[in-house]
Design a protein around this ligand. Sequence first.
Ligand SMILES: NC(=O)c1ccc[n+]([C@@H]2O[C@H](COP(=O)([O-])OP(=O)(O)OC[C@H]3O[C@@H](n4cnc5c(N)ncnc54)[C@H](OP(=O)(O)O)[C@@H]3O)[C@@H](O)[C@H]2O)c1
Length: 315
Amino acid sequence: MRAAAVQSFGGQLELIDVPKPQAGKDQLLVKISAAAINPFDWKVADGILKGKAPHVFPLILGNDAAGTVEFCGEDVTGFAVGDVIFGQFLHMPLGEGPYAEYARVPASNLLMKLPDGLDIFQAAALPTAGMTALQMVENLDLPEGATILIVGATGGVGSFAVQLAVARGLKVIATARPAKATGMIKLGAIATIDHTSSPVSDQLRQLYPGGIDGLIDLMSNAAEFSALSAQVKQGGTAFTTAFVANDSELQKLSLKGGNFELAADQTLLERLVDHAVTGRVIVPVDQIISLDDVPDNIRQSRAGRSAGKTIISFD
Ligand SMILES: NC(=O)c1ccc[n+]([C@@H]2O[C@H](COP(=O)([O-])OP(=O)(O)OC[C@H]3O[C@@H](n4cnc5c(N)ncnc54)[C@H](OP(=O)(O)O)[C@@H]3O)[C@@H](O)[C@H]2O)c1
């Protein structure tokens, strides 16, 4: 089968032919229809979990995917051959991901049967980006009408976060370069800030001198996150997904939040699916590419230049 993989940590991403995997007794073998690109995929290939988790090489990238169960191990319950499923495929050892025509996955992973109202590409786009956005928005713990800034709003997590925050009655200021500003307003943002013109923290200070109530920051470095957090009012919340928060600084500012790490579970995924199938959230599938396009697309993702979700199609 064809797959996108690296031969060593930090190695060049290659399209290779490898044997189709065989599923163990507690695993499913899935014929992949669609796999989403998340920055975490190339971070794993670069070695972010080196020494912390077992890896296999060639290391096939990927986590979020959708496809059809082709084989069920003898101990598997709850799934059957022919089921169309989606979810998070990441498991130990790392490197058996779904940037491939087939992937095996433990049935105990966070997986669901495809519900009515979601297509295969939307399903692949949902899990990591959508759950990260939903969990952060829920954990902001802010009342309706509160104003928040989302930095990195035009990307995968951000496009979900804008909509989920708006659905919760929050007023959202979204970062967006000029070409993407209208798209953010269409998703419900009340204003945009162009992160390419001058520091977002300077622009925010001018536009909202009284401060804001919350911050979801997906892209800033430590200094910029600190400058933005200082503009969140006491008792508010400031999250970063980039692990650049200084907890003692946030405490001094009387802010909740800090470094955010997704704690995924079945009920979170079910709440997200409910938002998607009822239309409260439009799943932001921006482009559908082939496996051949993956190396180029990963270069774009590394440069922080993704818009919404990019999905690899295998059909
Ligand atoms: N901690 C966790 O649990 C967790 C979970 C999920 C994701 N993450 C992390 O969160 C980050 C975002 O993930 P993602 O999937 O949303 O990424 P993504 O899809 O690649 O989106 C990045 C977006 O950020 C924008 N951007 C780039 N530089 C920016 C800047 N300086 N200021 C404002 N916006 C900027 C880009 O827009 P332009 O191209 O128009 O500039 C792009 O739309 C990644 O680092 C990812 O690894 C962490």
